[in-house]
Write a protein that binds this ligand. Structure first.
Ligand SMILES: *Cc1c(COP(=O)(O)O)cnc(C)c1O
Length: 229
């Protein structure tokens, strides 16, 4: 597989999507490296990518220790409270903050080290049983409750859209996410900044960018298909 070719093709598609979008937002690319070897991360790093997404704590920390150079890891999968201690001081962004109990644990660990941890709030935009995330309607209440945890910085919102070819539905859901993002962009909360709207994956990043996404998480389009064995 030619990784350079995959990346160039993706950059072109991102540009096209930006041109057809009403938003003029820079789009940050997170390369989702889950299940793929460190060598591929290093190769993409050489091609200019610095941010990689992993959904499993164990895999993230083993890669964290192995990669060459300055690489930012993002935790994009469900995070168990008892695993926070392994990653809270390693990751660039925890993109899957979805429970107060989790916030409490992140805050406790961070506070002890006198650091802050940047997080995105994960919203279950499709209200799917199989997905984590808070309910869309609960977003402001959740942020309000997070105010108690002073070592957590909220840097934006994250969503995983339903796996569907229904473009109308996807656009509607992305649009809804952007509405909340914009609504919260002017807020009076402490340590809450709407910097990133993380939505869009290999199959739906174009629609997501059209609806205002400024952070996409792309795996298979860069790395090829995943083999879970
Ligand atoms: C796996 C994963 C992605 C990337 O999925 P692709 O369809 O391979 O691009 C993005 N976001 C999350 C949260 C994921 O778990």
């Amino acid at each position: 597989m030619d990784l350079k070719e995959n990346l160039e093709k993706l950059y072109n598609e991102i540009s096209e999507a930006k041109e057809s979008s009403n938003f003029n937002r820079d789009v940050k690319l997170i390369a989702v490296s889950k299940t793929h070897p460190v060598e591929m991360i290093n190769e993409f790093h050489k091609l200019g990518l610095n941010d990689f997404g992993e959904n499993k704590v164990q895999e993230l920390i083993s890669k964290f220790d192995e990669v060459n150079g300055e690489i930012n890891f993002h935790l994009i999968g469900n995070l168990q409270t008892n695993k926070v201690k392994y990653i809270y001081n390693k990751v660039k962004l925890i993109q899957s903050l979805d429970r107060i109990k989790l916030a409490k644990e992140i805050d406790k660990r961070a506070k002890a080290d006198d650091i802050s941890v940047d997080c995105l709030i994960q919203i279950n935009i499709g209200e799917e049983e199989s997905k984590s995330g808070i309910l869309y309607e609960d977003t402001e209440k959740f942020i309000y409750e997070l105010q108690e945890y002073e070592s957590i910085n909220v840097k934006g919102l994250m969503a995983i859209a339903p796996n569907t070819g229904d473009e109308l539905l996807l656009r509607k859901l992305f649009e809804k996410m952007n509405k909340m993002f914009e609504k919260l962009s002017s807020n009076n909360f402490d340590r809450v900044e709407m910097k990133y709207l993380s939505m869009g994956m290999s199959n739906d990043f174009k629609l997501a960018i059209k609806e205002g996404s400024n952070m996409i998480r792309v795996g298979s389009k860069l790395f090829g298909n995943r083999n879970y064995n």
